[in-house]
Ligand binder design. Structure first.
Ligand SMILES: *Cc1c(COP(=O)(O)O)cnc(C)c1O
Ligand SMILES: [Zn+2]
Length: 425
């Protein structure tokens, strides 16, 4: 049974059939999935959800497919970790990490959006899927697309991290590295999408793809005992994730699935070297000014964000705020999360942790309410960003004497984590 009614223009509200469409012919607004919430209300109870699969497909009624799921059976239901040590360090009582860097086929939250986009691509009859990616989407489309039996064309900026390139190539897609930044890649892909009948997950399938991000919000609420958190910090690239976390919590509220009314404030985290959304929010500007990205947070390096205005609106409506952080703060954020909670996140996670720290220190986020930090990707993929910031191991000869001299002695003690490791050798 399908609860997906169709697509609707986010600007003028015109209805469209549920096909591979993404812009309104009248106002050029973007299209969004619309649902029959009355019918969903009859089916979707907490009990119904809890009896569902241990994946994001437990929220299937609120996802834009007609039939049964066809891809991404292992995506979603990632841990919500109570982060007491980091919480103590930041002075926050009820701090949680939504950890999307683990339990996913390609170790980022993109396995959620791809699960939904590929399921819908099957229903719409595509045999080839494609994407314009800042890295994680490339990994995910290549991997999940292989499993689902699609031909795959993946487009990336040529300067991506090695692990994201190898972590795409290994699945044998057609990988195309474009001499340019993500915004150039995206522009090219729009052109290709209008010529070839391919399912571009984040272009002509974007209305379906984007809904997959709602499952981050659904899970947060379910894992907190059917409560929406007071504060959610999430990173923004195109701005889609932020808008969908908010939408998810509102949908749960509307369907009566929450213990208490939803009053979540949402916060936008970006890198200073690419912060068009955070900057507009911090400056109180109505305009999202495109920028040329220059940051180690490559997965967030979108200078002209497709959902920038909607993300800014969500921050305003919810009463949240924004932060942007330097590359050094990003590295410190990665190390802080690793040292306190044992979670190794990629640069995007460093942006989010550093932004959370800043907003808490500034008193923007209060210290005695429930705070969730959204960690969206795994640190093994962006090792070059921190390789000079984590020190070196203590190098010794294979003897007890050498161990005691270089590690346990006054001179060697604790040197393994010291910033100037050459002194150990
Ligand atoms: C894509 C991505 C994001 C942001 O996604 P948007 O929905 O485009 O804002 C955040 N974190 C990571 C690790 C990503 O790969
Ligand atoms: Zn319109």
């Amino acid at each position: 049974m399908s609860f997906l009614k169709g697509l609707k223009c986010r600007e003028c509200g015109r209805d469209y059939p549920k096909e591979a469409l993404y812009v309104c012919e009248y106002c050029f607004g973007s299209l969004e999935a619309s649902y029959d919430y009355e019918a969903i209300r009859h089916v979707m109870s907490r009990d119904h959800i809890q009896k569902g699969p241990k994946s994001l497909w437990r929220y299937r009624e609120l996802l834009p497919i007609d039939g049964e799921p066809r891809a991404g059976f292992y995506s979603g239901m990632t841990p919500l970790v109570k982060a007491d040590i980091l919480g103590r360090e930041l002075g926050v009582k009820h701090l949680y990490i939504k950890d999307d860097s683990v339990c996913h086929p390609t170790w980022s939250f993109k396995d959620r959006v791809v699960a939904v986009a590929l399921s819908r691509a099957k229903e719409l009859g595509f045999d080839t899927v494609a994407c314009a990616s800042t890295g994680n989407l490339a990994n995910s489309v290549a991997a999940n697309g292989a499993w689902a039996g699609f031909k795959r064309y993946v487009f990336i900026p040529a300067n991506l991290e090695q692990a994201k390139v190898i972590g795409t190539l290994v699945y044998s897609p057609n990988l195309v590295a474009v001499n340019g930044n993500y915004d150039d890649v995206n522009r090219l892909c729009s052109e290709i999408a209008s010529k070839y009948r391919w399912g571009f997950v984040n272009i002509n399938l974007r209305a379906y793809y984007a809904e997959g991000s709602k499952t981050v919000g659904f899970e947060m609420a379910e894992q907190l005992g059917w409560r929406a958190p007071d504060h959610v910090i999430a990173p923004a690239a195109s701005g889609s994730l932020i808008t969908k976390i908010w939408k998810a919590l509102k949908e749960f509220d509307k369907l009566g699935l929450l213990e208490a009314p939803m009053k979540t404030k949402v916060y936008c985290a970006q890198a200073l070297g690419c912060s068009p959304i955070s900057t507009a929010i911090l400056e109180g500007s109505d305009v999202i000014k495109p920028v040329k990205p220059a940051t180690i947070a490559k997965s967030l390096a979108i200078g002209n964000p497709a959902d920038g205005y909607y993300a800014k609106d969500v921050i305003h409506q919810s009463g949240g705020a924004a932060a942007s952080v330097t590359d050094d703060e990003i590295r410190e954020g990665i190390k802080l999360l690793a040292r306190t909670e044992g979670i190794f996140t990629e640069t995007a996670g460093g942006v989010t942790v550093a932004s959370a720290k800043k907003l808490i220190e500034q008193g923007v986020i209060p210290k005695n309410e429930t705070v969730v930090i959204t960690i969206t990707g795994n640190g093994l993929k962006t090792q070059e960003a921190i390789q000079d910031a984590v020190g070196k191991p203590a190098l010794i000869e294979p003897s007890l004497a050498s161990f005691e001299e270089r590690v346990m002695s006054e001179r060697g003690n604790n040197r393994s984590t010291a910033p100037a490791p050459s002194t150990i050798l």
